[in-house]
Design a binder for this molecule. Structure first.
Ligand code: KG4
Ligand code: ZN
Length: 401
């Protein structure tokens, strides 16, 4: 079946078209289109994501992104009077769509220009992120899905963004063939590390979750972003800080930052103290006139290592306690190469029976392919979807359940 995924939970406007095949025992995915329009440049001026700006940008960019995704998937068929393709007459849906998109005037205008010109694409279902994330931003994607659902008569599956990150590891950009047979064996443990979340979640079976630990303050990605800012790096800080740290070889005397909660008996995290420690170090370096490139690189490397040490240590302990067969590491911070290397090494040495799965690097960051993939799995489990318009709501604090 073909799924159209929509993701607007933060600062990426994304639409994907994914074909899902196989049952829940061995699902396979083929990506027909993967389009992401990033708002990074806009938010960089403010040093972080501004929710109202994010909403406005989604509203402006969603139709162009949708158009591109449908085009890439070769699903655009232009309607003409002779065409026999089924499409509801505009009069039958215009009033409803106007109501749904009343708060997104730019989106509505583009919707009314584009949608009536194309035939109903060959998709089976829409999957849209309903949370967690920035509510004003989430609503834009949800409202587009609702409007499309009415015009195209397709059901909608609301998807938890974190669930999308978890199953991002199953998607290969090329085709249906998974790297290994049955890549996901349960129970699995998922370490979700992004700009908004840091969680250790037990995945007992498909779509069955129990979160065993989470950050008590800042998320890992947020800590990267804040530390990067203190180091004078642009937003988003994660990739910039990783780049600065890359060529610095840490020496024993560089390890000056704390590893918060590394020894605590639970599976929770805390990163705000680490950021404060970076602030003190930066202030000291500035005071003594030593805040040069070498000192910044050393501090970046120390910070990155402190985050990795904590994540690795807690994950390793969770593996010992819960004995998962698979470890999934996903979310924006999982793009970090040093983190990937160190997790691979640790698992090979200490937990060789556990299969380690990372998403393809471009699927570490927010995208709609992972939302479509999760939509396929949800569909496979329920398969009772009707064309009835579900009452989907944005929930900024949606938890995995
Ligand atoms: O999953 P994601 O794209 O968005 C959220 O759901 O939050 O994650 C974005 C986060 C940002 O905080 C960004 O700085 C971080 O992921 N990030 C990285 C790297 N690439 C992105 N952090 C460390 N190293 C990276 N290479
Ligand atoms: Zn994310």
């Amino acid at each position: 079946m073909t799924i159209l995924g929509i993701e607007t939970s933060c600062d990426e406007t994304a639409v994907s078209v994914v074909v899902g095949a196989g049952g829940l025992r061995e699902p396979k995915f083929k990506v027909l289109a993967h389009v992401v329009s990033s708002q990074i440049k806009l938010h960089a001026q403010w040093g972080g994501v501004v929710p109202t700006l994010a909403k406005r940008e989604h509203s402006k960019n969603l139709i162009p992104v949708l158009k591109k995704a449908l085009g890439n998937a070769k699903l655009i068929r232009v309607k003409d009077s002779a065409s026999s393709v089924r499409c509801l007459r505009i009069e039958s849906w215009k009033a409803k769509v106007e109501k749904i998109l009343a708060r997104e005037p730019e989106l509505l205008e583009q919707f009314l220009k584009f949608i009536p010109t194309v035939a109903v694409p060959k998709i089976d279902v829409l999957a849209v992120t309903s949370g967690p994330g920035l509510e004003p931003a989430l609503w834009v994607g949800i409202n587009l899905a609702r409007a499309l659902s009415i015009v195209w008569r397709k059901p909608i599956i609301p998807i938890n963004h974190l669930e999308g990150h978890i199953y991002s590891v199953l998607v290969l950009s090329i085709n249906h063939k998974p790297r290994v047979k049955k890549p996901l064996r349960f129970p699995a443990l998922a370490l979700l590390i992004s700009g908004g979340h840091t969680e250790l979640t037990l995945v007992r079976d498909w779509l069955k979750y129990a979160t065993i630990g989470a950050t008590r303050d800042d998320a890992a990605g947020e800590a990267f972003d804040k530390a990067a800012r203190l180091l004078g790096l642009p937003y988003p800080g994660g990739p910039a800080l990783a780049k600065l740290a890359k060529n610095y070889k840490l020496k024993a005397e560089d390890y000056s930052l704390p590893r918060p909660m590394i020894g605590s008996p639970d599976f929770d995290f805390s990163f705000s103290g680490l950021k404060t420690a970076v602030l003190y170090r930066v202030n000291n370096l500035k005071k003594t006139g030593c805040f040069d490139d070498a000192a910044r690189a050393a501090l970046a490397a120390d910070f990155q290592q402190a985050v990795i040490d904590v994540l690795l240590s807690k994950t390793s302990r969770a593996i010992m306690k819960y004995k998962p067969k698979t470890l999934i590491v996903a979310g924006g911070v999982s793009a970090n190469k040093s983190l990937r290397r160190q997790f691979a090494k640790c698992l090979a040495e200490r937990h060789p029976a556990v299969r380690l799965l990372f998403p393809e690097p471009k699927l570490s960051l927010d995208n709609a392919t992972m939302i479509a993939a999760a939509g396929y799995l949800r569909f496979k489990r329920s398969s009772t979807l009707t064309n009835v318009q579900p009452l989907i709501k944005a929930d900024g604090n949606l938890i995995l359940s």
